[in-house]
Design a protein around this ligand. Structure first.
Ligand SMILES: NC(=O)C1=CN([C@@H]2O[C@H](COP(=O)(O)OP(=O)(O)OC[C@H]3O[C@@H](n4cnc5c(N)ncnc54)[C@H](OP(=O)(O)O)[C@@H]3O)[C@@H](O)[C@H]2O)C=CC1
Ligand SMILES: O=C(O)[C@@H]1CCC=N1
Length: 280
């Protein structure tokens, strides 16, 4: 990878913004080396430019040859059209990072030039505050040097795990979609706290601090989650009552099923796109 590469985000939605915020905050890449473009929403490009100092450029004005790294950040259903058009503008040694759920490196390579360097990435929106759990899997043509570059770039968004691409779907179910499960949990905790008369902002902070503390305990102590749970649970105490309710109402099963169904959806997106490609 060149020194001070220019990075272009194709897609300017929630995920692109979370990554831009993380990269800019850590000064990993200077803002004038970061470009963002989208399909049609120019107001969004202006907003991102004003907020982060990066360049918001309409697609028709992009100088593709000056870009070293493309980050695909549109919805998976738009991937095919974007890749077909991208092929006319790029060279195989320009690095493609794709955050698209369910889209394999092979699918992307198939649409681009022989030898195109592709890395599949699964971040989450906590990239915005450099707390993402991000996975990467390289395609068959990607050099070790570029994997190293991607790892360094993404480390400014949080923790990075290099995984086998076969595990991308389950990683997506756990970490890509994961923040939403905890937000959903928080919505319910907040509602109950409010019902009991607590101020909603206060209960929100209490809930968040409780999740943060539990997460830090898991990361900083040697105990397993089950051991930590047991340490909270006094015989016949309040936690035992709470956990019994979770068990009775299928709390554990529901969480496991959420992860499984998200991973399944990632596989379905992949299968659907392969089917559409065959029928074109
Ligand atoms: N949100 C998340 O938590 C995560 C998302 N992802 C992945 O990130 C990707 C984006 O998700 P998200 O940010 O939530 O989606 P959003 O809907 O927020 O954003 C999609 C963006 O893609 C743009 N777009 C659509 N078509 C094109 C095109 N032809 N060329 C360039 N840009 C285009 C849209 O532009 P316009 O508004 O002009 O149409 C919009 O800026 C998805 O593939 C998703 O799987 C991965 C991990 C986590
Ligand atoms: O919901 C989605 O499909 C994307 C991928 C992971 C998180 N959001």
């Amino acid at each position: 990878m060149v020194k001070n590469p220019t990075i272009a985000f194709l897609g300017a939605g929630s995920m692109a913004e979370a990554m831009i915020a993380g990269i800019v905050a850590t000064e990993q890449t200077p803002p004038n080396h970061i470009i963002v473009t989208n399909r049609s929403n120019t107001a969004r490009l202006v907003k991102l430019h004003n907020k982060y100092g990066i360049q918001g450029i309409k697609q028709e004005h992009l100088s593709f040859d000056k870009i070293d790294v493309f980050i695909l950040a549109m919805k998976p259903k738009h991937a095919q059209a974007v890749l077909q058009s991208l092929k006319h503008h790029i060279r195989p040694n320009q690095l493609i990072l794709s955050v698209l759920a369910g889209i394999s490196t092979a699918y992307i390579e198939n649409y681009l030039h022989e030898g195109q360097q592709v890395i599949r990435v699964m971040p989450n929106t906590s990239a915005m505050i450099q707390e993402s759990a991000t996975a990467i899997s390289a395609g068959i043509y990607t050099t070790a040097n570029n994997v190293g570059y991607a790892q360094t770039l993404l480390q400014c968004l949080g923790e990075v795990y290099i995984i086998d691409e076969n595990h991308m779907d389950i990683f997506t179910g756990i970490a890509g979609s994961g923040p939403a499960y905890f937000y959903y949990l928080m919505e319910h905790i907040e509602a109950v706290g409010k019902e009991a008369g607590l101020d909603s902002e206060v209960v929100r902070n209490i809930g968040a601090q409780t999740i943060l503390g539990a997460a830090k305990m898991i990361m900083q102590q040697n105990d397993t989650p089950a051991e930590l749970r047991e340490k909270v649970t006094s015989p016949n105490g309040t936690t035992a009552a709470g956990l019994a309710a979770l068990k009775k109402h299928g709390g554990g099963r529901a969480i496991a099923q959420a992860v499984k169904d998200a991973a399944k959806r990632s596989q379905e997106i992949s299968a659907q796109l392969r089917k559409e490609t065959k029928t074109v």
